[in-house]
Design a protein around this ligand. Structure first.
Ligand code: AGP
Length: 606
């Protein structure tokens, strides 16, 4: 999604801005731009396409200066082209904006009536003109007055050539973080953009603004009330967001999973009592025992993790669970009864649909628990209690390690709740012992990457693919299909295996690869039947089976094995081959694995 970088007080503002934009590339974008502000005016360069194109366009231009703002845009209003790219200017003012101004049409008409001329189709340019319209010598006041009349969401950075060392930032619904340096200060939509320069950051909350100069950082509300913000220390390493020798971030992140799963449960297991301690959950035993219903709010891959959570929580903790698409939940009239706990699951912690659904649940009286990866993200900050999944920065747009960490946390949460109801200490201890063996077992699946690549070679040219699973592996079938379509652009669908005969079976022919998760569990015999149904229609079968299983192997074209484990943790193993299969197919097809078309890492617009 769109990214913002700003710097003031640097000898090389342009270099810092371009470097910051590069660190935001993983978020997805279609155009980029930079504005250096000096007393002689705004010096703006914008380009469609990659940062490299912007760098080329900057070469040979007079962009010397110590203060500037930059942006990567992901089109919402207006085509992805140079004119619509940010920064947008209105005379001496330049602005970069993330989010959507909902009343931009009315504002534009009003401003045009007053003589303002617009050059782009964007809602963001309206903001630049609005600030210019209110400006009478005080930039901060002009921004405040402009934000007083806009409706919608924004994270903005604004500069004016009358104040060539000043950046004014403000947020409502779109993240902004201040990087605090010595004689130089930074503003960004994502901490990754500033961490090469400083580890001291301030996260702005909704309704807050900041004025940056080389010598200081001044925070107020948009209504101009003074506020004191805490400076926090970034603990992530810069090299954690580099590729670490892998061809793609996605592959690196798939291979990190033995470690990231371990990081998710480390320090949270009470082995002796078969119990779990989740520091961020400040609920008493009585409150935990009295949770009557759980509603899970999430999107995409996080929603699939939520579905796994539904199986676990209902079966092992005996609590009824509903898993809701966050985007749907917020627009209907959800019923929140006393005793309802909402889980907001989001890797980025910034997904607007999940954030708004969570806010709606809170308004209706639910207790909301956040399960997020990004420390300091909006969802993490707005939930009363929460659990970080500790997967480390996930750069590949297609989520992999965050998924297994989310499932790990949902498993731990199931144990926490189940130990207060249905799960005995012995059973809890067994499940936790099994969890401690999972990282090594994930490694055994990863060791088959080359064999999976060979299977990928066979199917990379196909146009469709079906994924089947039962029980807790049904969400894994959905996740496998999502991974394939996201990065290889092959049409893929996931189904509960038994549903196949109610429709999708009509699609089966020799051109249809069917990935079947056929683990030795309670529904194994039924899955064998489903595999035979595919085989009888000459479909191609890629089976994910438990090590040592000969029966399905005899019926399948290809077999990928996973080590045996308790049904409770099976999804942590069964998803790995599907991530690798999607990855290898996309690479063979020559696709941009880390930044698939039309997708963004954090979807901060509706
Ligand atoms: C995952 O591969 C996708 N890129 C996408 O479905 C993602 O999971 C979804 O947008 C939710 O993101 P979040 O976890 O950051 O809220």
């Amino acid at each position: 999604m769109c990214g913002i970088v700003g710097v003031t007080g640097s000898d090389e503002a342009l270099k810092v801005l371009l470097e910051g934009l590069r660190r935001l590339e993983y978020r997805g974008y279609d155009s980029a731009g930079v504005a250096i502000v000096r007393a002689d005016g705004q010096h703006v360069v914008k380009e469609k396409g990659k940062i490299a194109a912007l760098e080329d366009a900057c070469r040979g231009q007079d962009l010397a200066g110590s203060c500037g703002i930059a942006h990567t845009r992901w089109a919402t209003h207006g085509a992805p082209n140079r004119i619509n790219a940010h920064p947008h200017t209105a005379g001496p003012i330049s602005i970069v904006h993330n989010g959507i101004i909902e009343n931009h049409g009315a504002l534009r008409a009003r401003l045009e009536g007053k003589g303002h001329a617009f050059s782009s189709e964007t809602d963001s340019e309206v903001l630049a003109h609005l600030v210019a319209d209110f400006y009478t010598g005080d930039l901060v006041q002009a921004v405040q007055r402009a934000l007083g009349v806009v409706e919608g969401a924004f994270g903005i950075a604004v500069t004016h050539s009358d104040h060539p060392e000043m950046i004014v930032g403000a947020r409502k619904g779109s993240p902004l973080v201040v990087g605090v340096g010595e004689g130089v200060n930074f503003l960004a939509s994502d901490v990754a953009a500033v961490m090469g320069h400083t580890r001291q950051v301030i996260y702005l909350d909704d309704g807050e603004m900041v004025v940056l100069t080389p010598g200081g950082v001044h925070t107020t509300t948009i209504d101009n009330e003074e506020i004191t913000k805490e400076i926090q220390e970034i603990t992530w390493d810069l090299d954690q967001i580099q590729k670490g020798g892998y061809q793609h971030f996605m592959l690196k992140e798939i291979f990190e999973q033995p470690q990231t799963i371990r990081d998710s449960f480390r320090g949270r297991i009470l082995a002796d009592s078969g119990d779990v301690k989740l520091g961020g959950i400040e609920l008493t035993d009585w409150e935990l025992r009295n949770i009557r219903r759980i509603i899970i709010l999430a999107c995409g891959t996080s929603w699939h993790a939520g579905l796994v959570g539904e199986y676990l929580l209902e079966e092992y903790a005996g609590i009824p669970v509903e898993v809701e698409y966050a985007s749907e939940f917020r627009y209907r009239s959800p019923i929140i009864e006393p005793g309802t706990l909402c889980l907001a699951i989001s890797q980025s912690g910034e997904t607007i649909d999940t954030l708004e659904a969570m806010r709606e649940a809170k308004r209706k009286g639910a207790k909301v628990l956040g399960i997020t990866n990004v420390v300091g993200s909006t969802i993490a900050r707005e939930t009363e209690c929460g659990v970080y999944i500790h997967a480390g920065p996930e750069i590949g747009v297609a989520s992999t390690k965050a998924f297994t960490s989310q499932v790990t946390i949902l498993g731990l949460l199931t144990l926490l709740l189940g130990r207060r109801t249905l799960i005995s200490a012995d059973r809890g201890a067994q499940i936790l012992q099994e969890l401690e063996m999972i990282p090594a077992k994930v490694q055994r699946v990863l060791d088959q990457s080359e064999a999976i690549r060979k299977i990928a070679e066979v199917y990379a040219g196909h146009r469709n693919c079906l994924y089947l699973g039962r029980g807790v592996n049904f969400p894994i079938a959905l996740e496998g299909a999502l991974k394939l379509k996201e990065i290889s652009y092959i049409h893929a669908e996931g189904y509960p295996a038994a549903e196949m005969k109610h429709g999708p079976i009509a699609l089966i022919d020799p051109e249809m690869p069917v990935v079947v998760i056929a683990i030795k569990d309670g529904s194994y015999d039924k899955i064998v039947g489903n595999v035979q149904e595919v085989r009888a229609r000459d479909g191609k079968i890629i089976a994910i089976v438990t090590e040592g299983d000969e029966e399905i192997a005899a019926l399948s074209d290809h077999v990928i094995t996973i080590p045996e484990t308790t049904n409770f943790w099976t999804p942590l193993l069964s998803v790995i081959p599907l991530q690798l299969l999607a990855y290898h197919i996309a690479v063979i097809r020559g696709e941009d694995v880390d930044q698939p078309r039309n997708l963004a890492k954090a979807v901060t617009v509706e």
